[in-house]
Design a protein around this ligand. Sequence first.
Ligand SMILES: C[S@@+](CC[C@H](N)C(=O)[O-])C[C@H]1O[C@@H](n2cnc3c(N)ncnc32)[C@H](O)[C@@H]1O
Length: 258
Amino acid sequence: MTTYDSAFGYVSAHGAPLVDLLDPQPGEKIIDLGCGTGAFSAEIAERGAEVLGLDGSAEMIAQAAARHPGLSFSVADAHDFTTSESFDAVASNAALHWMTRDPDAVIARVHEALRPGGRFVAELGGAGNCAELIVAMQTAWRVFGLPEPDLPWYFPSPAEYATRLEDGGFTLRLLEHADRPSRMVEGPDGAADWVRAYASGALAEVPPELVEPLLARVNELAAPALRRESGWVADYVRLRFAAIRKPDGSTPMPEGPL
Ligand SMILES: C[S@@+](CC[C@H](N)C(=O)[O-])C[C@H]1O[C@@H](n2cnc3c(N)ncnc32)[C@H](O)[C@@H]1O
């Protein structure tokens, strides 16, 4: 699904950097929500904007501050952060799908942090993200007689997230839902390493002696779909959007032909 609005000066997200959709302007105040170690914050700052990176993990924020000493970072949970000033934009890369407690609360906090007309631009895992990896995990857990793994993500459909944004006081200007098969960079052991890196919570509930055989089974199950001659590929599906905080109050529509 793709919609396009030339006001963003941006054509197709397939592979284009998210920062181009955000299009930061010199002097703009921009929050990077779920900034991790600050790589995306630094890209935004390179365009001359003033960035505040927020992340729920104190460890991530410490790493971000060490790597990018010129930028501002702070520990904050996206569900309940507040700001003392209004921002021109909130951006987020690969983080909203980890904020599972209450997606509407996150959208409400972003809305409050923005000035009217401010931009909310993000990319997250969308419906169908990692479907092969998840099925391989669920099957392996079942084979080993374990209860369903507790998966820590929220991968909304475009329709669902669009409704949340519109109900939350945003006008949606662009929304894309696209396959993005990506080389696994986590380690040589493919799906098993991916599970170790991104689903460690589910592994924590597994008896220690079962972890290695369970991961070996995940690899076996996932290999036909995800292992190529050139290496393992994760079946990522991305949702990317740009939305504008609606102006406060309603503006009369100008008259004119449709
Ligand atoms: C996959 S990382 C992405 C980091 C960074 N945006 C990037 O592009 O490299 C996801 C980040 O979201 C953060 N996160 C998860 N839940 C959060 C929450 N409720 N509030 C704030 N940050 C959160 C994690 O701590 C982690 O740093």
